[in-house]
Write a protein that binds this ligand. Structure first.
Ligand code: BGC
Length: 739
């Protein structure tokens, strides 16, 4: 629709109709038979508002969305289509690995392709907007939502954020071919104190800008059409009513002209936070902060019109918000086609195609991280040894993780079924051996009934039998593969934990099995870094598999048998123990470093009972080959505008290796304390067997920018260290001076 027509449309709306555009309700408001006693009553929302509501939350499927849209438009005076928004985080029907696994690919280009596919599937299924990407920087593995993030590094996160937005919002001839992206959760939600869900966030503005904002900024710069507020406070003010974050930074500094939507019920939660007395005040705070859409509360629906009528809110604020929503609908082409081409037939054709599965397999392969491989046990040769697969994830299709709302486990290739495709019956057996957990009570909080909880729990006799069978089978095997990990419900939203080791019953099972003295390989399935300290001792090899998605089983088998050489690198440090958290590689220098020459023994920064170092550092991941790094060279010892840095890579092995070469810097002296290391550049480099390559990076002045003492984003002259290597810990070092 032409912009002047859209303006006329805005001008022709009554206040009630305008308010409607700013209200988002869930699907039950549109199909439920029990509307008057159910959801409507709960939020105190009138039918008049429902008739003019602007958007719907988490309803997908061509048939359902078409049906709701059609009925809605029939009753609509102005025929303004509904927007369908949904949580499509790392796959609609074809599920890719969880974002923490996507982060481990260090391959934003590939991830962009994945998100194009996600957009295509979603659009066919009637979704117009996805609440993705989630780009919250994460440093505390206790937080369950690490699952949704690409990790702990500001720069890597920014690259993934851009790739995801561009993939989702793919354009064709200047038109949006994909779906609209809503970046979330603005801002700094990942810094919840103590890793506890929904907890306070408090940090300096410098840290906020330097580390936490980069992902959102990059998504906004890439054109994300929406931003979702986060649940947390920042500097004592909940984000949904935080003018500093929403107005000053997002709208004014960054020039964001798109739609801001609150997270689920976050407007109303301003009351629980204690910054608003009632829904009226909550509405005022959120509107004044330029939060456009109220997700799933009655605040805007019931309070906004009276506030306008009494002159207590600037009508311009409301008009601007509605304008942004209408513009979004227009950009999606909804006035021309409220279904955006989604039909049941088209949906069927586009979901879970072979092409989509192939890409999911490729992404999963690159996301898997080989953490240990003693004596080059891996790769295995098919049918050379007798293999026993054990563990609760061995014959399990639930490998998609908590946030794959529209994915189906029945589409998933399990590890067992993938192994069966390449191993002969005589060489392969499976025993579950133990349950996923010994106690499933916590599922009650997520709606499981007592009966369901009871049916999951193994009785003492069942446990004994399962263990005995696994031990007997283990005696006949040469190699035992353990498919172990967290329960799906133990990570994701509201999945904070203080013990992030493998569930106790699984640990006990492993203890018994390793007694058999066979070769042991762990496949670790989790939505976060686990403390695998014990397992590193017990296992010969470990593969970190995340929740690997629809093609997870195939990708794992490709790696286990060397069809693909592992190339995943951690984008989040794996702690040695939970007491080290929060943990991140790019920590500040302290006055008493661990290896200080002035202070010795006790009086340096350290724990008395634990190393400082992680179990596996940021950037870590093995491959089947050995690649040596040497001859680190700088084009000059002094840098004015830019600098070339080269390093020689030598593949010493008979394997083709996909190496992730990482470049870090340290600003030795600044007006503000600088991190010990900061990732600046990386390249994925393919090396044929025995191949040698010189890799070159170029740094320019802006790569050295940071928020200086006076908060200007710039750099200061002086000495810098540059580190190039395989991970944040294993690097070769040189230095230069910035003049
Ligand atoms: C989550 C968001 C999500 C929203 C809508 C909230 O609980 O924090 O990430 O997009 O629900 O489902």
């Amino acid at each position: 629709m032409e912009e002047n027509k859209l303006r006329q449309l805005l001008d022709s709306l009554t206040w009630k109709e305008k308010v409607g555009q700013l209200v988002q309700l869930s699907g039950d408001f549109f199909h439920s038979e029990e509307l008057t006693v159910g959801p409507k009553k709960k939020l105190g929302i009138t039918q008049e508002i429902i008739d003019v509501v602007g958007s719907v939350l988490n309803v997908t499927g061509a048939e359902t969305t078409r049906d709701i849209q059609e009925k809605y438009l029939m009753n609509s005076r102005h025929k303004i289509p509904l927007l369908f928004m949904a949580d499509i985080i790392y796959g609609y029907r074809t599920i890719f690995p969880i974002p923490l696994g996507l982060g481990a690919t260090w391959n934003p280009k590939l991830i962009k392709e994945a998100y194009e596919i996600i957009a295509k599937e979603s659009r066919s299924a009637g979704a117009h907007v996805t609440y993705a990407p989630m780009v919250d920087l994460v440093r505390d593995a206790r937080w369950g939502r690490c699952l949704e993030s690409t990790g702990e590094d500001p720069q890597l996160n920014a690259h993934f954020a851009e790739a995801m937005v561009r993939g989702l919002q793919k354009e064709q001839n200047g038109h949006l071919e994909g779906i609209a992206s809503c970046v979330k959760h603005f801002a700094a939600y990942g810094a919840a104190e103590a890793g506890r869900e929904y907890n306070t966030v408090d940090m300096s503005e410098r840290r906020l800008r330097q580390d936490y904002l980069s992902g959102y900024k990059s998504a906004v710069d890439a054109g994300a059409k929406l931003v979702m507020t986060s649940f947390n406070t920042y500097d004592g003010i909940p984000v949904t009513g935080n003018e500093f974050l929403l107005k000053d930074i997002l709208r004014e500094e960054w020039g964001f002209e798109g739609v801001i939507i609150s997270d689920y019920a976050a407007v109303q939660e301003l009351i629980a936070h204690g910054v608003a007395k009632d829904e009226r005040e909550a509405t005022l705070l959120a509107m004044n902060a330029t939060n456009d859409i109220d997700m799933k509360t009655g605040c805007y629906a019931n309070e906004l019109e009276p506030l306008i009528n009494k002159g207590e809110i600037d009508p311009k604020l409301v008009n601007d918000a509605v304008w942004r929503v209408l513009k979004l609908k227009n950009a999606l082409g909804l006035f021309e086609d409220p279904y955006r081409g989604s039909t049941v037939i088209q949906e069927k054709e586009n979901l879970l195609t072979e092409e989509n599965r192939n890409l999911a397999r490729k992404v999963a392969q690159e996301s898997l991280v080989l953490l240990k491989n003693a004596d080059n046990l891996l790769p295995l040769k098919p049918n050379h040894q007798k293999i026993l697969l054990v563990g609760p994830y061995g014959d399990e299709q639930d490998l998609i993780g908590l946030w794959a709302v529209h994915g189906k486990s029945e589409d998933v290739v399990s590890i067992k079924s993938a192994l069966e495709k390449i191993l002969k019956q005589d060489n392969f057996s499976f025993e579950q051996g133990c349950g996923l957990l010994s106690d499933y009570q916590f599922l009650g909080e997520f709606g499981a009934t007592k009966e369901q909880i009871g049916s999951l729990k193994m009785t003492e006799t069942e446990k004994k039998i399962a263990l005995k069978q696994a031990v007997e089978a283990g005696k006949k095997a040469d190699i035992i593969i353990y498919a172990m990990g967290e329960h799906t419900m133990q990570s994701g939203e509201a999945g904070s934990r203080t013990d992030i080791s493998l569930p106790k019953n699984q640990q006990e099972f492993i203890e018994q099995m390793v007694e058999l003295g066979k070769k042991n390989i762990l496949i670790s399935i989790s939505g976060r870094p686990l403390t695998l300290t014990k397992e590193v001792e017990q296992m010969d090899a470990i593969i970190q598999a995340w929740f690997p998605g629809t093609e997870g089983g195939n990708a794992l088998v490709d790696i286990l048998f060397g069809k693909v050489n592992p190339s995943g690198r951690l984008s989040m440090s794996f702690p040695e123990n939970v007491g080290q958290l929060p943990m991140y590689y790019n920590e500040f220098k302290t006055g008493r470093p661990l290896n200080s020459s002035t202070h010795r023994g006790r009086f340096v920064t350290k724990y008395l009972d634990s190393p400082n170092a992680p179990l596996f550092p940021f950037g870590f991941g093995l491959s089947y080959g050995t690649v040596d790094y040497d001859e680190l060279k700088l084009s000059s010892e002094r840098m004015t505008t830019d600098l070339e840095i080269s390093i020689r890579l030598k593949n010493q092995s008979p394997y083709e290796c996909l190496e992730t070469v990482q470049l870090y810097i340290q600003d030795v002296t600044g007006s503000v304390v600088r991190p010990t290391k900061e990732l600046k550049k990386y390249q994925k480099v393919n090396l044929l067997p025995k191949e040698e390559k010189i890799i070159t990076f170029s740094l320019d002045r802006s790569d050295l920018y940071y928020y200086m003492k006076d908060m200007r984003f710039n750099t200061e002259t002086g000495d810098f260290l540059v580190f190039v290597g395989k991970n944040s810990n294993d690097t070769i070092q040189a230095s230069f001076e910035l003049i």
